[in-house]
Design a binder for this molecule. Structure first.
Ligand code: G6P
Length: 594
């Protein structure tokens, strides 16, 4: 987590850096800070708790053409100005993304030598170490310090002796250099400098270097110079303009387009389809991994592949998979799903799978993201930039890709023809599903004061219940839980009373009646019940319940269509409770720490 932006050139660094940080707020927004060399070579530090907009006001008009900034997601130390980056010691001032796992040991030994620390962060130890090792050659100090650090880090550094240079250090966390004309940039994501240059260098692990306004130099940690690979950026400036309502609402309404783009991209790529067939035929075991919403997409993917391909798949949380010595070897296919492609646990789990001989297929929304480097095949969800912290359109496209892959792998040509026809109709059906927005907003207002919400469903509706629940709690702070509809009665029904809302998801023909039974059981215990269904009959049978009606479609498409009212419900509850749905507390869009 955390976002780094740095600039050196002729422009006002305060403006370039702060605008860059604003575009990186998806990585965290607990506090923001900046270090600027003013024209006289003096370093000015400004820090603010809270959003980048607070920092923007504080640095408005400040002079200086070289600076580094940081937007923080707190890991070590509370979110106040003291723990806010940059952290400085002696001649060095640094911003950091990642976690220094051995910081406590390093800090103790530095304290024994009499070094004073101001913050509770792991980062400050790096600034102190750099100053300790610095004998006039910054690269020398960087290399020595890098070798001492355990964990992951992307660090941008200013040194008082070189007031037009940004030094950098990378291992495990993303760091990118933007190459301009007479100006250069360093950032966690290309987005930070999308308005200035599309020439980028994706730094690799165990690399360090520096940029001034005219040059970029990259070295390994032993100071061996490396050849610079400048590539074209794929970040787009027009995707990040602030919408009138919120990014989340806008992004939910982009689902139809995202679905069309994703299906077209996949089905028109003969190479990728053939590669998918080759990889699948080589393996006899499938494991799907991800975190958060991406994990929930895997839960759907597993059921879709079971139904269409008649293969069983395991699904694991990436954070569990990587620490349990997973049963993976040659012959295992690991499908790793990650919107950002930067989630630390998914990244490390994917590397582990590869090192154990597995074939790895990655489903990601971000081309060039770190996870793509470990993949035998990369499949892109074409959702476009997703800015709101809560994943919406990316989830819909992840599930769609599982379905698309199943179409290509299935030998049942009749079934495939039918599913493909439905996929063609998906954007239209999703547009119809979005029509429920007004009704959902009304229901959200009505239910926004409930103490808690259970989401229940069976079959493909079960993972959907889990995803609906995750969405609600992350942006509305209302307690909620997703359940298999038949499981609620085995204990958790004890929590049900008139203060509880139960959302029943009924989209799967075979098990629809059974889910209705579960809803009657909670309704007669006082719970309010909201039904999300594609069936008119169920809507009527639900009788006393509130109903959100979905367009009719084949069962396999419903995890994509029925998620729309669930996302909208979470959004409207969040707004009704006076919360900013785009930036919920304690969260970040991309979790690049373990
Ligand atoms: C964070 C986000 C979630 C997201 C998860 C996985 O926790 O807040 O919305 O689902 O990371 O992210 P990824 O980029 O790997 O899909």
């Amino acid at each position: 987590m955390c976002g780094i932006a740095g600039y050196t050139g002729k422009r006002k660094a305060s403006e370039v850096v702060v605008d860059g940080l604003a575009l990186l707020e998806y990585r965290g927004y607990d506090s923001a800070g900046i270090a600027l060399f003013n024209g006289q070579g003096n370093l000015q530090i400004t820090k603010k708790a809270g959003f980048v907009s607070h920092l923007k006001k504080a640095v408005y008009g400040k002079e200086g053409c070289c600076g580094i900034g940081h937007t923080r997601w707190a890991t070590h130390g509370i979110a106040n100005e003291t723990n806010c980056h940059p952290h400085c010691h002696g001649k060095f001032c640094i911003v950091h993304n990642g976690i220094i796992e051995n910081f406590a040991t390093l800090k103790k030994s530095l304290q024994k030598k009499g070094k004073k620390f101001l913050s509770q962060t792991d980062t400050e130890v790096v600034a102190v170490l750099l100053d300790e090792f610095y004998k006039g050659d910054v690269l020398d100090a960087l290399g020595k310090v890098a070798k001492l650090l355990k964990g992951s880090f992307a660090i941008a550094i200013l040194c008082h002796d070189f007031c037009d240079r940004i030094y950098f250090l990378k291992k495990g966390s993303p760091l990118i250099v933007g190459v301009g004309q007479g100006e250069n940039f360093v950032a966690s994501d290309q987005l930070a400098f999308v308005h200035y240059t599309d020439n980028v260098v994706f730094l690799k692990d165990n690399e360090m270097g520096y940029a001034d306004s005219n040059n970029v130099f990259v070295f390994d940690f032993c100071k061996n110079k490396k050849v610079l690979h400048v590539e074209k950026s794929n970040a787009k400036a027009d995707n990040v303009a602030k919408p009138p309502k919120s990014f989340m609402h806008k992004e939910i309404f982009e689902i139809p387009k995202a679905l069309r783009m994703t299906a077209n991209d996949f089905f028109n790529d003969e190479y990728k389809k053939q590669k998918a067939i080759d990889i699948f035929s080589k393996n006899d075991k499938v494991i799907m991994i991800g975190c958060g919403t991406a994990y929930n997409a895997c839960l759907v993917g597993k059921l879709v592949w079971e139904k269409v391909l008649h293969v069983s798949a395991e699904v694991d949380l990436a954070s569990e998979f990587r620490y349990k010595n997973p049963l993976v070897s040659k012959g295992t296919l690991v499908v790793a799903v990650s919107q950002s492609g930067e989630t630390a646990d998914t990244l490390r789990a994917t590397k582990l799978a590869k090192s154990k001989g597995a074939d790895v297929v990655v489903i990601t929304n971000v081309a060039h993201s770190s996870i793509t480097k470990n993949a035998d095949l990369v499949l892109h969800t074409k959702a476009g930039q997703e800015v709101a912290v809560a994943a919406t359109k990316s989830y819909a496209t992840q599930v769609l890709l599982f379905l698309c892959i199943a179409c290509v792998l299935s030998k049942d040509s009749k079934a495939v023809k039918e599913i493909k026809k439905q996929i063609d109709d998906l954007p239209y059906l999703a547009t119809k599903a979005l029509l429920c927005d007004t009704v959902v907003a009304k229901k959200a207002k009505e239910f926004c004061k409930k103490q808690g919400t259970f989401f229940v469903g069976r079959g493909l509706d079960f993972p959907l219940a889990i995803e609906g629940s995750l969405k609600l709690k992350e942006i509305s702070y209302m307690h909620s839980q997703g359940f298999a509809a038949g499981e609620l009665k085995h204990g958790s029904i004890a929590l049900v009373d008139k203060n509880v809302l139960v959302v029943g998801i009924i989209t799967q023909k075979k098990v629809a009646e059974k889910t209705i039974n579960a809803l009657h059981e909670v309704s007669c215990r006082g719970a309010k019940v909201l039904v999300v269904t594609q069936f008119d009959k169920m809507a009527n049978e639900a009788g006393c319940h509130d109903v959100i009606k979905l367009p009719g479609a084949t069962d396999l498409l419903m995890p994509i269509l029925a998620v729309i009212p669930l996302q909208l419900f979470a959004y409207h509850v969040s707004v009704a409770r006076g919360i900013n749905p785009d930036k919920p507390r304690n969260l970040a869009k991309s979790v690049t720490v373990e």
